[in-house]
Design a protein around this ligand. Sequence first.
Ligand code: AMZ
Length: 410
Amino acid sequence: MILFPAIDLKNGEAVRLQQGDMARATVFNSDPAAQAKAFEQQDFEYLHLVDLDGAFAGKPVNAPAVERILAAVKIPVQLGGGIRDRATIDAWLGKGVARVIIGTAAVRDPTLVREAARAYPGHVAVGLDARDGKVAVQGWAESSELSALQLAKRFEDAGVGAIVYTDIARDGMLKGLNLEATIALANEISIPVIASGGLASLDDVRVLLGDFNVNTVAHYTGTIAGAIAGRALYDGRLDAAVALKLIWESSTDALTGLYSRRGFAAQRQLISARMKSRDRWAAVSFDIDGFNQTNQNHGPSFGDAVLRCIAALLTAENGIAARLGGDEFTLLVSGAAAANPTTIAQRLRREFAAIRIGHIATNIACSFGVSELRLGETIDAMLGRAETALQTAKHQRGGCVVVANGGTVV
Ligand code: AMZ
């Protein structure tokens, strides 16, 4: 999960509004670049910027402040407000914005969103700002006839990297996120959702991390990839260090230290946002053949030791790795390592077979599916191909490496 600190720009200053009302603005920092730098130094990994005057004007107004922020920080930045045409999208992405957020134009000109998302997969997000169930536009001064879900559905399969969902009534009010509506939306679409509006305390962060034991939330199956924190950070209600520590701890598997499903999803998104079209990436997915057998024969602590050994091997690679299930793992590698994922899989296969726990030889056998990123493909699509190849490997005979796009290495 990514916690995005928000900087909303009005007249070149960093402000917070209440319920989007420009007349209820509090200036928190007259130097937004210094504020951005402060957030970076607090270890936030991604910034959320809004050009408020731009959202009302329909074109960028606080561009100089945005450019100063881009020059001041190294972490990626997502930006919304006044981005209504292709030239503005091209310009911001060209200047180093990692992801543009489109609000009004997503209602009025959905083709723009679709075309931009195709040109820049993962770098275009849709901002859905809901009031009384309907999406608001034009600085939230006007309402549309569409519900958030109706609008979100229009962009399924368009390559949109995220939906930033804001409950306007809660924005700046410190009453807590609208979890129910956010989860309901996340459950209905495959696009990751970023929750926004009203984040008030560590409790909101805890709930987003998967502590869904609240009676209102029965079934959570979608992806909530992050949340936006505004006023709570500025007035000190939310301690950044404590919140980020909590997020970091819950993004890794307690046993192996590898990324958990949720942490891996967040990292994948970050990678997608930072990815340049010619970057090289590859995926290696695998699971252990007959792991239950291993556990039953030697007891759970033996299984744990095996998992720890695998984790140590995996993290030695140049990439990020996750334990996605009891015995299922995924490795994402970049650069030179991505040139030949089959070699990586074969090496891992040899090394796993040689793992010893004390004096016991484990003889672990794994099935592998590998894939390389195609030009213009998303990381998720590449991972999907590796997963399909893995299923084929398991069905063939086990213990082999299947390369997406054909080819089995026994
Ligand atoms: O607070 C407001 N009145 C407001 C606000 N925060 N109005 C718009 N916005 C943000 C949206 C989204 O990120 O949350 O501006 C962006 C949308 O801008 P546009 O110009 O694409 O509608």
